[in-house]
Design a protein around this ligand. Structure first.
Ligand code: SF4
Length: 222
């Protein structure tokens, strides 16, 4: 993925370049769109993660703790560090670790120099679980498709990434009505080609559960 052009472009036209009110407004709207796209990509990945962990009787937080412990060093594998890294309360971390210990995915060991410190390490079963579950399959598939493309803006790259993730996850796009392949303007009014009903002006700026994105050759090819 090439984000270089997009960063240069946002500086050129955004808050760092043109300071005219109209330019600033456009830049702010673009930034908001970017955040919305990131939010949608994250929620899609979160729901995929929930589905996967539920299938083995765990919650995503269990996977996040194991994943953290798989990559942190020997000074950082403590309850406090897990809580700090994941932004969790000590109580939640404690409960999560108890469950993971009970399921034999991690084990505790007291520090050899300071008896007050407890280190957490993955068992073989825990390490195997992480290998099996991460990265999420849909993310791997999306990465393969997106990595060879070049994009002019971050928004375009994110929109395409979202499209690919939705395609491989068989999830609905929930896109803006105006960007739907069924949307059209007929004799000065807006029309939904799916329901064959006229659309109000305000509906065209809303998202729809029946939205169908325009075909994108490299997304749609198998
Ligand atoms: S299917 Fe939904 S998004 Fe597509 S044109 Fe009709 S109302 Fe709009």
């Amino acid at each position: 993925m090439d984000f270089g052009g997009s960063i240069a472009k946002s500086h050129e036209f955004g808050v760092f370049g043109c300071l005219a009110p109209a330019c600033v407004k456009i830049a702010v709207m673009q930034e908001l769109e970017t955040f919305k796209l990131i939010e949608r990509i994250s929620s899609l990945l979160r729901s995929e993660e929930r589905r996967k962990y539920a299938a083995i009787g765990l919650q995503p937080v269990h996977g996040q703790v194991l994943e953290y412990l798989a990559k942190c060093n020997k000074y950082s594998n403590t309850h406090a560090a897990v809580a700090e890294y994941l932004g969790l309360t000590k109580g939640t971390v404690s409960q999560t670790i108890q469950i993971l210990e009970r399921k034999h995915y991690l084990e505790k060991a007291t520090d050899s120099l300071d008896g007050r410190v407890v280190h957490l390490t993955l068992t073989e079963a825990g390490a195997r679980l992480i290998d099996e579950l991460k990265p999420l399959d849909i993310f791997k598939q999306a990465e393969t498709k997106v990595s060879r493309q070049e994009f002019d803006t971050i928004g375009q790259a994110l929109q395409t990434t979202l499209g690919v993730l939705q395609k491989v996850n068989h999830s609905k796009s929930f896109g803006l009505c105006r960007s739907c392949r069924y949307f059209s303007v007929e004799e000065n009014h807006y029309l939904c080609g799916l329901t064959e009903q006229p659309l109000d002006r305000e509906d065209t700026d809303k998202i729809c559960r029946d939205h169908a994105p325009e075909p994108t050759p490299f997304i749609d090819q198998e």
